[in-house]
Design a protein around this ligand. Structure first.
Ligand SMILES: NC(=O)c1ccc[n+]([C@@H]2O[C@H](COP(=O)([O-])OP(=O)(O)OC[C@H]3O[C@@H](n4cnc5c(N)ncnc54)[C@H](OP(=O)(O)O)[C@@H]3O)[C@@H](O)[C@H]2O)c1
Length: 334
């Protein structure tokens, strides 16, 4: 099924779900986005149906409508997933549930595939209210996955992204590196053998729309090939033609200087502790064989840098080092 498809995106006004809506429109689908209409805007050509998933009668505004493909990105609440399925399953052809790479129990082993053991399912709402419970996000996603598998079987596509980058990304993680490297000079980088991987939001959106069109089902990770961080960072600098000196600092020195892994203030994004080495080094072979097409690094870097510039390179960041933090640590190292 192709151009005459009706696609429902639960969301559609920010980052990934917006990119899915835009890609489906580009392919000629009729696109309905269902959201409260308070965050962002849906792409031109999509119809916004305003509803609140916390409302017990949330899906009433969609009464009488049916869809060839539904895409759900619910991330903070298991009841959202279950209630959407209950309300729409009889009227949905194919169902994509956007899960996360955080569902796996084992975060240390390199090269895990999508059949690896999952965390305990958690049938709760409240990921936002309990952001310090590290198991809740993955557990809520596992429960959502289970509900989708049970309801849709071979019409259900469970896709588990790793770090998503690209236009619309507000997490400040991958973008830190193109942003920082584009400014040139001496750049503090971790001295690590760790692998890392990411997926561009546009490639993930294209694969999700493909899945609806082709009826792809099953569980898949959504990540590109795992690359050593020590290779990726110079490659990003190269893609940017940046004039930089990468100052590679032992991990222990960084930790002693109060630098955090991955995200948050005073952090180095993409850098993870040994116990999370597998979290960003899954085996993408099955996903690549099933049609995921990661774009060349230079394209992903250009998209991430565009987003960084749009947000402002000197903004207060959710992840990364400020210029003065980096300068202070470099000065201390001599
Ligand atoms: N970022 C990453 O690196 C990463 C990695 C792995 C997995 N993921 C997953 O990727 C997905 C990202 O989705 P996304 O980028 O579209 O962002 P999102 O923040 O998960 O989804 C936001 C959408 O949901 C709508 N929404 C929020 N509250 C609502 C409510 N009460 N009722 C109805 N709609 C509501 C928002 O619009 P309104 O606010 O206007 O309602 C918006 O359109 C998530 O599933 C996330 O778990 C992300």
């Amino acid at each position: 099924m192709l151009g005459d498809m009706r696609t429902l995106v639960l969301g559609g006004s920010v980052f990934l779900s917006r990119a899915v809506a835009r890609e489906a429109l580009r392919r000629g689908h009729e696109v309905v986005c269902a959201a409260r209409g308070v965050t962002g805007s849906v792409p031109d050509g999509a119809r916004l149906v305003t509803l609140d998933r916390n409302d017990p009668a949330a899906y009433r505004p969609l009464a009488g409508e049916s869809f060839d493909a539904v895409v759900d990105v619910a991330s903070i609440s298991y009841p959202w997933v279950a209630e959407a399925i209950a309300a729409l399953r009889e009227r949905a052809g194919h169902w994509t549930f956007v899960s996360t790479i955080n569902v796996y129990r084992d975060t240390a082993t390199i090269g895990l595939r999508a059949d690896a053991a999952l965390a305990q399912p958690r049938q709760e709402a409240g990921v936002k209210e309990a952001p310090t419970d590290p198991d809740l996000y993955g557990g809520v996603k596992v429960a959502g996955e289970d509900a989708v598998r049970a309801a849709f079987g071979d019409r259900g596509f469970v896709v588990r992204p790793g770090l998503i980058t690209g236009p619309g990304d507000r997490s400040d993680r991958f973008g830190y590196w193109p942003g920082r490297l584009s400014r040139g000079g001496r750049v503090l980088v971790p001295d690590t053998e760790q692998l890392t991987q990411y997926i561009d939001v546009r490639d993930l959106a294209a694969w999700i729309v493909d899945a609806g069109e082709r009826g792809l089902s099953g569980d898949y990770d959504a990540i590109g090939p795992a690359t050593p961080l020590a290779t990726l960072l110079p490659a990003i600098a190269g893609a940017l033609g940046a004039d930089v000196e990468l100052v590679s600092v032992p991990e222990q020195v960084l930790t002693e200087a109060g630098v955090d892994y991955w995200a948050g203030p005073r952090s180095l994004p993409l850098w993870v502790p040994a116990e999370l080495a597998g979290f960003c080094a899954h085996d993408p072979a099955a996903s690549l064989a099933a049609g995921l097409r990661p774009r060349p690094l230079a394209d992903a870097v250009a998209g991430a840098l565009e987003q960084e510039i749009a947000l402002g390179l000197d903004r207060a960041r959710k992840a990364g080092l400020t210029s003065s933090e980096e300068a202070e640590i470099l000065a201390r190292l001599g």
